[in-house]
Design a binder for this molecule. Sequence first.
Ligand SMILES: C[S@@+](CC[C@H](N)C(=O)[O-])C[C@H]1O[C@@H](n2cnc3c(N)ncnc32)[C@H](O)[C@@H]1O
Length: 548
Amino acid sequence: MDIGKKRNEARGNGKINKGPGRKGTEGDGARAKSGNRNTNASGKGERGGDKDKDRWGEERGKRETRERGNGEGSRRSEGKVSGKGNGSVDRDKDKHRNENVNGEWKARGRSSGESLQRNEGKVSGRGNRNVDGDRDKRRNENVNGDWRARGPKGEPEKGGKFKAKNKDGQCKVSRECGGCQMIDVPYPEQLIRKHKETEKLLKPFVKLEGIIGMDEPEHYRNKVNAAFTHDRKGKPLSGVYKEGTHYIIPVEECLLENKKADEIIGSIRELLPSFKIKTYDEDTGYGLLRHVMVRVGYTSGQIMVVLVLASPIMPSKNNFVKALLKLHSDITTIVINVNDRKTSMVLGDKEQVIYGKGYIEDSLNGKSFKISPKSFYQINSVQTQKLYGKAIEYAGLTGKETILDAYCGIGTIGIMAADKAKQVIGVELNKDAVKDAVINAKQNQISNIQFYQKDAGEFMVQLAEQGTKIDTVFMDPPRAGSDEVFLNSLVALKPKKVVYVSCNPETLARDLEYLVKKGYRGVKGVAVDMFPFTNHVESVILLHRKNI
Ligand SMILES: C[S@@+](CC[C@H](N)C(=O)[O-])C[C@H]1O[C@@H](n2cnc3c(N)ncnc32)[C@H](O)[C@@H]1O
């Protein structure tokens, strides 16, 4: 592989290999831009076919809106199995639904009648399409005993843990927020629905082995993003955007979010008046604090607080830091991020570390990772370990392979696979994530890995042009899925195996359709519930090149 040489760029460990012509953009914004560029590239590839172009075009067209809406880490950003019509559930059918094999849920039974929606990822989930009068009535009946909910090991439910959450009792704002589309649904039933919907979508291409659920499906979000505003009297409020608006629904605690993160956000809210820090007003452009993002390391417990400000000047910042640390001495770093643009992206470009190292570290499956504020890091660490475990298991590595980890983020999958492969190449657009990835490889004493900061599609084209031999491709694109440029070159490269990790079964199905047409066959797949109580679901699919 001589991409680095050809471009006269640094290669090897400790250096970032930059691609030509494209400045990396951070966070989810990078994805949006990538989406636009790829729009231009479409239609020329082998894919052809207006129908196909339309499908990708449509996704791309939506991408920018979605990404802007999601900003860095809006909790609406993950893949979504949704909800028109939850289908009725009756007792007899329930008897056949759950079969737990080695901790994995095998959902069986009739189709729930839900369909995947194309509107995923918009700012917030108000106007929850899953909840209408009739369906709510049915749900409540079921919650009152008819549903026969089962725990994660298939046993009849005993305690309240896996019971459906009562909207009014358990979460004061669920109706307005709409982020937990399945808050009324017992957890085992959530898994059944997600499995069925994913299975239905992917059925033409691959058979799913089941869905991997959580034992403790609450408070799994290791990253919390709170938008800040104030009430009429100027009292600070924080919460989530109501769908399609910039109206902030105040949230103090959340079923999905890390509790400590919520506490810290509450403390910041309370500290603001005494420091005369005003929350930002989008209409007038007046005020300072726009968002607070908190990330908590799952294994390390390290905590990063990012204060997203409209201007770089924060009055009494040192005293503010002292006061916050007095309340939460376990905070390990505090960063100011400056976002002075009129945008619904959460994070801006500039950063200033005001306490600690400016990043956190965490461990997954025995490897340690540095995570910078703008780098992507999976939000559910418990499930991420299972997800990565499955992806690597599916690859069936022998130690002889050259692997491509495409859309590699901070290098997690490639670093975990490196011990079992000859060589790993990672490509990622976000420059902060690539910097983290290089450090992560070093920290884990991995010497057979190289990272490139570049658009994955462009990178693949280069690899294909050079005839680079790649045996196995791991690809984990953002919600919008991959694109023709990438897939086209992937087909040209002819890797024997492709392990596709996806947070959006709909775009996954679209991309699988392409790969299957172009000489790949779906061997197996599994859904992983990374986002309990929401309609979102992750999947891992193994493809083999035909005639190998
Ligand atoms: C779903 S994340 C997966 C990251 C990583 N595999 C992980 O599990 O943490 C998708 C990643 O793709 C990156 N990305 C988005 N568009 C890209 C593009 N066009 N080329 C390369 N990377 C891109 C994002 O910055 C993000 O890090």
